[in-house]
Design a protein around this ligand. Structure first.
Ligand code: FAD
Length: 363
């Protein structure tokens, strides 16, 4: 293990991807994870820039950053699998968005940018598991998915394989300073660890470790469930306006997800899980009797404008960097985020791709 030049607070997909990128470039890096429930383990793992950008109007800088990150996933997935020995269940085979009313169908027909428009007959031929009440579909052929639980495991292994360190079960309570510079971190047991750079990648739990205006990053609870992948199941990810279904290699179909702002609880609500299930069954009726395997909830780290916070801490100290607030798309955005952090730490270069994501926009 090299002497840490960089300490990363948070071992979710953002902290670990960043840690691995730095370690494989020969930088001494330690990732410290508090062991709090990570949103990463709750995610469906869709890598869906086309659909997310169209749906949520995240134009401009975020749309470009999302596409770049998807491109990087395609590049790094084979290497990550090889180094870690973990099969990521990486699938770059496209995502199908389906419309069940004329309004949605008209929207697909009007703007198929980034995807192929399919009329009702074409949609049913393309994905026979769909309900016959489908009106139209939109196939984003470049989008895909990964299993985020496997990705986290793979990144932990790859980080260590490439010379980084991982400390589990300890919380970073604060950033240590020397004059105007970062000196390291203070753990909640009072222990101090030194480093020249500290990256805060703590997901939704940023209070105390990031010097951000109150409420700049807040939780949006998401509930999901998984059912068994039975005969007649869809071959690819299907998204409707109200739910999505992600078939996984381990035999699950992940169905998600609700959005509840500022709710820190982690218990899935019976009624909302039932509603998600009903929406998914309306799209793919053959799954009606598929047994439920599990249900869960996670906390998306959200920001007011829906864009992440990536960049040096505007108020200092020098050496403090934020990689936070990835909201609905942290799995997708992890490689591009890690690239940007690594470029800054290794070469002092602030990538133009993250200029719009500075925490300065909140002050
Ligand atoms: C139901 C659901 C579905 C989703 N689906 C998708 C999807 O399909 N595609 C997609 O791209 N994204 C999806 N997301 C969003 C995605 O999960 C998040 O954007 C992403 O996981 C955020 O990663 P993170 O590393 O920032 O945070 P987290 O995964 O929450 O990790 C933060 C880590 O920091 C640690 N930590 C916290 N405080 C400290 C501290 N002080 N010191 C040390 N460690 C600390 C915690 O223990 C935790 O492990 C989904 C989210 C949910 C809830």
């Amino acid at each position: 293990m090299r002497k840490p030049d960089v300490i990363i607070a948070g071992g979710g997909i953002i902290g670990l991807m960043t840690g691995w990128m730095l370690a494989r470039a020969g930088v001494g890096v330690t990732v410290i994870d508090a062991g709090a429930p990570a949103a990463t383990l709750a995610a469906a793992g869709m890598l869906s820039p086309s659909f997310e950008n169209a749906l949520h109007g995240g134009g401009g800088a975020l749309a470009a950053f999302s596409q770049e990150s998807l491109r990087r996933w395609r590049e790094i997935a084979p290497e990550l699998m090889e180094v870690s020995g973990v099969d990521l269940d990486f699938d770059a085979g496209g995502i199908l968005a389906v419309a069940f009313d004329d309004f949605e169908a008209a929207a697909f027909a009007a703007d198929a940018g980034g995807g192929d428009y399919l009329d009702r007959a074409e949609a049913l031929a393309f994905e026979p598991s769909l309900s016959s009440s489908v009106r139209a579909a939109w196939f984003a052929k470049n989008d895909g998915q990964v299993d985020p639980r496997r990705a986290r495991k793979a990144l932990e292994r790859a980080l260590i394989h490439d010379g980084g360190a991982l400390i589990r079960g300890k919380r970073v309570a604060g950033v240590a300073r020397y004059v105007g510079n970062v000196a390291g971190v203070i753990l909640d047991n009072g222990e101090r660890l030194s480093a020249r750079h500290v990256v805060i990648a703590a997901g939704a739990r940023v209070d105390g470790v990031a010097n951000l205006p109150k409420g700049a990053v807040f939780p949006v609870k998401g509930e999901a469930l998984a059912i068994a992948r039975v005969a007649g199941a869809p071959k690819r990810v299907i998204r409707t306006g109200k739910a999505y279904l992600c078939p996984k290699a381990d035999g699950r179909i992940v169905i998600g997800a609700s959005e509840i702002k500022d709710d820190w609880s982690l218990n899935p609500d019976e009624r909302r899980i039932g509603a998600l299930h009903a929406c998914a069954m309306a799209a793919v009726p053959a799954l009606e009797d598929a047994p439920e395997i599990e249900r869960w909830a996670g906390l998306r780290p959200a920001t007011k404008d829906g864009a992440p916070v990536i960049g040096p801490a505007p108020e200092g100290p020098d050496g403090l960097f934020y990689a936070l607030g990835h909201y609905r798309n942290g799995v997708l955005l992890a490689p591009a985020t890690a690239d940007a952090v690594a470029a800054f730490i290794q070469r002092g270069r602030l990538s133009p791709s993250i200029a719009a994501f500075s925490a300065a926009r909140f002050t």
